[in-house]
Design a protein around this ligand. Structure first.
Ligand SMILES: Cc1cc2nc3c(=O)[nH]c(=O)nc-3n(C[C@H](O)[C@H](O)[C@H](O)COP(=O)(O)OP(=O)(O)OC[C@H]3O[C@@H](n4cnc5c(N)ncnc54)[C@H](O)[C@@H]3O)c2cc1C
Length: 491
């Protein structure tokens, strides 16, 4: 049997793109036959299986990636199984001497990558990793004492003071071919359909398909639309759920269909005079994404453990099945919460301001453990992100880093009047109350013609008092103090 010629493997993970993909660029530089693989790994220890909406996204994103690779003269190999076993198999099958990937930052993923690197070193194979998905890698931004930041503002100041991020790398029009006839085998691939990533019975994905175009082209067109419009007025527009005031790049960033370096530099190119306040605010939102990842890097258990251990004794209440269902299905009787939860179910996405209000309602008005909400979002968000989801849930719950203080209880009625004054967002998602005028729609229980819409599952006043009393008990237990400190803020 002819010995295989040298070749390389690029293992794509959360970087489903050709543009600004340093691992792919490195492979192009090597010029060797190239196997590009995506591994569906639901077996390696600690890897969190994707939720339903993310599986839907992944299916379509891989379809789009495969087409882009084919256009560049390559192919996408799909394999399922534990990452380390699959990579070893592929190396054996193709004779690859280089295994290349862009770095991930979650605990189990890092262990897996380290294991493969060690195995590669023992076997004389080059395993090289690259920076692609975070602009500021967690270990590069540390406090004076060398630890991770716990507060966003100084963290972001340190990031932005650390120099201009590198320029993005353009995609190569041509990738090395995947096989060399006669000497190197082309790796066999699973068929995407075998992975059953799409929902079947029932197929709940119609609203997702109407809303999104997963893949690199969809990501770039979202960015262009944003730069041409909402970016100019982001500081105000981002708070108004009834209009498209934000970028909606989150699922594209989650799956790495667009590089944060590309987003950063496109902002620079479009707004050359140093940032209007709106651009600065948008950039700092990208910073929150980076901050969440550095939190996860330092706290791999962020989705299961309180960041602040004092919250371990917080007396969350198990919501009744009816309460939890009402929240999940958008039937709490509070229009802003319900519109958000219905938007989530229909489109796989929810506006940030409404995420905060809906999350606050669950953890404060219903007094449910934040992990219940985090798990629901994990299953239903197309942008469900291993760092941003738990970090934001803990932020709302008060148990997280730089968190909103527990006594900050969003009032869904005040929020709705303030940020959706004319009720446009509420009308879009709650047909039962769409006929009400802009004053009535925020408090439909005061209206005579509201039969089709549920009555509130809890009273805002009592549930707020209960939440504050529970928090006060925690503080008392821990500090021997009587008082709940801090001002009362209701939205
Ligand atoms: C309870 C809760 C759960 C959340 N779960 C997720 C999640 O799983 N995945 C996720 O990407 N975001 C999450 N967020 C943050 C935020 O709501 C979304 O990133 C944002 O709504 C996405 O819309 P956009 O792309 O239009 O954002 P834009 O306003 O256009 O912001 C641009 C980008 O900045 C990042 N970003 C903005 N706000 C935040 C933030 N608070 N934390 C981290 N990154 C941010 C996102 O990558 C976003 O795409 C959550 C927020 C809350 C309150």
């Amino acid at each position: 049997m002819a010995s295989p010629v040298a070749s390389s493997i690029v293992w794509l993970r959360d970087d489903l793109r050709l543009d600004d993909n340093p691992a792919l660029s490195h492979a192009v530089g090597l010029g060797l036959p190239l196997t590009v693989v995506y591994i569906l790994d639901e077996e390696s220890p600690g890897i969190r299986p994707l939720g339903g909406a993310a599986r839907w996204w992944l299916h379509h994103s891989l379809t789009s990636l495969a087409a882009a690779l084919a256009e560049a003269g390559s192919t996408l190999t799909l394999r399922r199984g534990p990452g380390s076993r699959v990579i070893r198999d592929l190396v054996a099958e193709t004779g690859a001497q280089h295994v290349l990937w862009n770095r991930r930052y979650g605990g189990p993923e890092r262990s897996l990558d380290a294991e493969i690197k060690a195995w590669a070193a023992e076997n004389g194979i080059e395993a090289a990793s690259f920076q692609a998905n975070l602009i500021f890698e967690p270990w590069t931004i540390t406090t004076g004492s060398g630890g991770p930041y716990k507060v966003f503002t100084p963290y972001w100041r340190a990031c932005t003071a650390s120099g201009e991020p590198r320029s993005p790398l353009d995609a190569s029009a041509r990738l090395p071919s995947p096989a060399v006839a006669g000497s190197m085998k082309q790796a066999g691939s699973d068929a995407l359909a075998e992975w059953s990533l799409l929902p079947v019975s029932p197929d709940w994905s119609g609203g997702l398909a109407e809303t999104w175009l997963p893949g690199e082209a969809g990501a770039h067109s979202r960015l262009e639309d944003f730069l041409d419009g909402p970016a100019q007025d982001y500081g105000t527009g981002r708070d108004l759920p009834g209009m498209e005031g934000t970028s909606r790049l989150s699922p594209h960033l989650r799956f790495g269909e667009i590089s944060p370096f590309r987003v950063w530099h496109e902002l620079r190119r479009n707004f050359p005079r140093e940032a209007t306040p709106d651009v600065g605010i948008f950039r700092s939102e990208l910073g929150w994404r980076e901050f969440c990842w550095q939190l996860l890097y330092a706290n791999p258990q962020l989705a299961t453990r309180n960041y602040r251990p004092d919250f371990d004794r917080f007396e969350w209440q198990q919501p009744t099945a009816a309460e939890l269902e009402a929240w999940q299905q958008g039937r709490t009787g509070y229009p802003l919460v319900d519109a958000g939860m219905r938007q989530l179910w229909q489109t796989g996405w929810m506006h940030n301001r409404v995420r905060m209000a809906a999350a606050s309602f669950l953890v404060k008005n219903l007094l449910a453990d934040w992990r219940l909400g985090e798990a629901w979002f994990w299953d239903t968000l197309v942008d469900a992100d291993a760092a941003s989801n738990p970090a934001n849930w803990q932020w709302v719950a008060g148990s997280g880093a730089d968190a909103s203080p527990y006594f900050r209880i969003f009032n869904p009625v005040t929020q709705s009047k303030k940020f959706d004054a004319d009720g446009r967002y509420l009308r879009e998602f709650i047909p039962e109350i769409a006929h009400m005028d802009r004053r009535a729609i925020h408090e439909p229980w005061n209206q005579p013609d509201v039969q089709a819409y549920p009555a509130p599952v809890v009273g805002l006043h009592e549930s707020r008092e209960r939440a504050l009393a529970t928090y006060q008990k925690l503080r008392k237990d821990q500090q021997g103090q009587d008082d709940v400190t801090g001002p009362e803020i209701s939205g």
